[in-house]
Structure formats: structure tokens, C-alpha cells
Design a protein around this ligand. Structure first.
Ligand code: PLP
Length: 391
């Protein structure tokens, strides 16, 4: 029998929906997916070449479990270059198997059973279960939606705070709603964190994908005080189209990284050494590939905004960052999961219902434009399906 803690865990929204999709595909149905946050670009060739060379050289043994020193140095150089934050690669950087493991290590290192973790509502659904695995409790923070943008106010953070609150988990750019927090917003959130002696876990995985002059700011770059209370979680998955490589990294003050390293050793030895060598090549090599992908995401974002315009009862929200458009479907007067199921069953197009990301995601659908080849066909199906759902 599963343990009590494990019975509190839930599959991720994507995995639940995928099970429905596979059942339909097994019946021979044609399904187009606008669901996954999975870049469809091949990993840039110089990164693949670095992995091949490393394998050919026999770099196939256990890695340094904290991360190969060359990669930790590349991470520290990247954090200084792109995020204006200085970290010691010997003591303040940990290499992980993707941001997923970074989040798990950070949460396990920072919270005890009964502690509370503040989470924006709505947010990436896969934050819930690793919090529950530690015995801690996810506590939603009400977002505000005004001028086609989701934000988090200090008032809402204060309202969600209890004596048990230990951590605020923030995602900027924010999946699924697309907000890129401004320096001013982050400074106010940072003050809140410091005032209440919390730790900020900052998931920055979509940092490279921003639009319309918005730029990612890491909270760790704001003040030394906030940096001392921040764990940066990041990975190569989205920035370099490396989702399957399972390579990520965290940066934080030494005592936190030491605690996270203890956690990491219990379930992993870190990414394969040749994956780490490829990651070093990605972080320290030419960055033009990142800019190229960014330009293509920008083009696709415009296609989605155009494809969803003029549908009565549906309002697409232009993301400032990431590769998801949230469509406000409150005008359809139907629970988002029901809309999603109808779109899938009748129209063969997969999106994620906003309610999967929290109660405040209700009345929205998340549409991914990370896959370009299916975008046009997916949008035709989505548009037809939404038009048919009109009340
Ligand atoms: C906000 C957010 N954090 C973390 C992850 C997991 O990333 P990784 O592939 O690095 O484990 C995802 C993946 O979709 C994500 O959207």
C-alpha cells in the first residue's frame, strides 16, 4: 500500500491529460496537441557535439555529485553575465537533473512537516506534489487580474501569510499566465520576504523567452539581503531546447546549497557527465541559438493571438514571457475542464484547462506555442471548437 504522504500526491496536469489523449489515439483519432511546454527545436548542434565528444573521451563515469566543476563555473559565469548575481561555484552552485530536481531539493532542504509554502494562484501545477512530499502545505496567494495581466500584490501575500509560512515559491516568467515581474514588483515582494524571514525560491526556467521589451529580472540581483534569502532554480530545458537532457542548476548561499546537496545524494548522483559537458558548452558557448529561438517564439505568439481573436466570449492574453497564451474563456460560461474535454473529444485539439493551475485559473485555457509545426492546424481546430461552444 502506498504511504500516507504518497497518497496526497497528484499526477501533473499534463500527465493526466496525456492519458486521455493516448486513449483517443489508440482508437485511431487524429489529435493535435497545443498542450506541452516542449520546445520543438533540435538541441543546437554544438551542444550535441560536446556530448558526443565527451562520451567518446570516456566521460561516462560518476560525475562530481555537486556538479562537475567546469559546469559550476559556467553556471556562475552565466549568473554574473545574465542575472547580475555573483555566486561562488565551489560552494554556492548545485547541478541538478532539471529544475524538477532543483525544486525538490530546495523544498526538502527548507521546509518541515506542517510548514507552509506560499504559491501564486494560478501557477505551474507540478509545484504542489513536491511540497506535499515534504509534509508541508501549499498555501495559494490570490492573484489580481487587471489590464490583461496577472500580478501578485503585497496585500495578497500578507493575507496568505501564517505563523507556519517558511517559503515563497515564485516563477518569473510565470507559467501559465505569462507575467514577467518587473523590478519594482520584485522589490516589493522581496521586502515582504525579508520582513517575514522567509526564503524565496525563484524558478527562472523561462527567463530567456520574453516579449515586447519585457526583460527577466532575478530577485537575487536586487539586494545582498534578498540574495541571501533566495534560491535560484533554473535549467537548460527551455532555453536551449534540452528538455530530455535533464540538466539544471541552483544557486543559493552555502548553507542552503549544502543542505540541498545532502538531499540530492539520496535520490540521484546528478546528470550524466557527458550531459554536464554539453551543458557547459551550452552556457558558455555562442548564445545566438537562444536569440533565434526567441524570435521564432515571438512569431508564433503573434499567430496564436491572431488565431484566437474575434471569438465571442474568448479573450487571449498576450504573455510577456514563456510560450503559453492563456485564453480568458469566462464568456463561455462553462468550467474550463469541460471546455478542454469537449475540444479534445469533438475537435481533436489538446489544451490545458486553467483550473489545473489553481482555483483562479478557472475560466481560462492554456495554449502552448512551443511546437510550431502543429500550430496552424491546432488553431483551426481550437477556433472551430470555441466558436461552436458559444452560449
Ligand atoms: C515553471 C516550470 N518549472 C519547472 C519545470 C520543469 O523543468 P525541467 O525540465 O528543468 O525539470 C517546468 C516544466 O514545464 C516549468 O514549467
Amino acid at each position: 500500500m502506498p504511504s500516507r504522504i504518497v497518497s496526497t500526491l497528484r499526477p501533473t496536469a499534463v500527465n493526466s491529460v496525456l492519458a486521455e489523449v493516448k486513449a483517443l489515439q489508440a482508437q485511431g483519432r487524429s489529435i493535435v496537441s497545443l498542450m506541452r511546454g516542449e520546445p520543438d527545436f533540435p538541441t543546437p548542434p554544438h551542444i550535441v557535439a560536446a556530448a558526443s565528444e565527451a562520451m567518446a573521451k570516456g566521460r561516462t563515469t560518476y560525475p562530481d555529485n555537486r556538479g562537475e566543476m567546469k559546469l559550476r563555473e559556467a553556471v556562475a559565469a552565466k549568473l554574473a553575465r545574465d542575472n547580475q548575481a555573483s555566486y561562488n561555484p565551489a560552494t554556492e552552485v548545485l547541478v541538478t537533473t532539471g529544475a524538477t530536481q532543483g525544486l525538490y531539493c530546495a523544498l526538502t532542504a527548507l521546509v518541515d512537516p506542517g510548514d507552509e509554502v506560499l504559491l501564486p494562484n494560478p501557477v505551474y501545477d507540478a509545484y504542489q506534489s513536491p511540497i506535499r512530499l515534504t509534509g508541508a502545505v501549499p498555501r495559494p496567494v490570490a492573484s489580481e487580474f487587471a489590464d490583461a495581466r496577472f500580478t501578485l500584490s503585497v496585500e495578497a501575500l500578507e493575507a496568505a501569510l501564517t505563523p507556519a509560512t517558511k517559503v515563497l515559491l515564485l516563477n518569473t516568467p510565470w507559467n501559465p499566465v505569462g507575467t514577467v515581474f518587473t523590478t519594482k514588483e520584485l522589490a516589493a515582494i522581496g521586502d515582504f520576504v525579508l520582513r517575514h524571514n522567509l526564503t524565496l525560491i525563484s524558478d527562472e526556467i523561462y527567463e530567456a523567452i520574453t516579449y515586447d521589451g519585457c526583460h527577466h529580472v532575478s530577485p537575487a540581483s536586487l539586494t545582498m539581503e534578498l540574495k541571501a534569502r533566495t534560491v535560484i532554480v533554473n535549467s537548460l530545458s527551455k532555453t536551449y531546447a534540452m528538455t530530455g537532457w535533464r540538466s539544471g542548476y541552483c544557486a543559493a548561499p552555502k548553507p542552503i546549497i549544502d543542505a540541498m546537496f545532502l538531499v540530492l545524494q539520496q535520490s540521484s548522483r546528478g546528470p550524466a557527465m557527458f550531459v554536464q559537458d554539453a551543458s557547459t558548452a551550452a552556457l558558455s558557448g555562442p548564445q545566438e541559438c537562444v536569440a533565434e529561438m526567441q524570435r521564432e517564439y515571438s512569431r508564433r505568439r503573434a499567430i496564436v493571438m491572431q488565431g484566437l481573436s474575434g471569438i465571442p466570449g474568448v479573450q487571449p492574453i498576450a504573455p510577456e514571457g514563456g510560450f503559453f497564451v492563456m485564453a480568458d474563456t469566462r464568456g463561455l460560461n462553462e468550467p474550463s475542464d469541460q471546455t478542454r474535454q469537449r475540444l479534445l473529444q469533438k475537435h481533436g485539439v489538446v489544451v490545458v484547462h486553467g483550473s489545473a493551475y489553481g482555483s483562479q485559473g478557472e475560466g481560462t485555457l492554456r495554449i502552448s506555442f512551443s511546437s510550431g509545426s502543429v500550430l496552424e492546424e491546432g488553431l483551426i481546430r481550437l477556433r472551430n471548437g470555441l466558436l461552436e461552444l458559444l452560449p
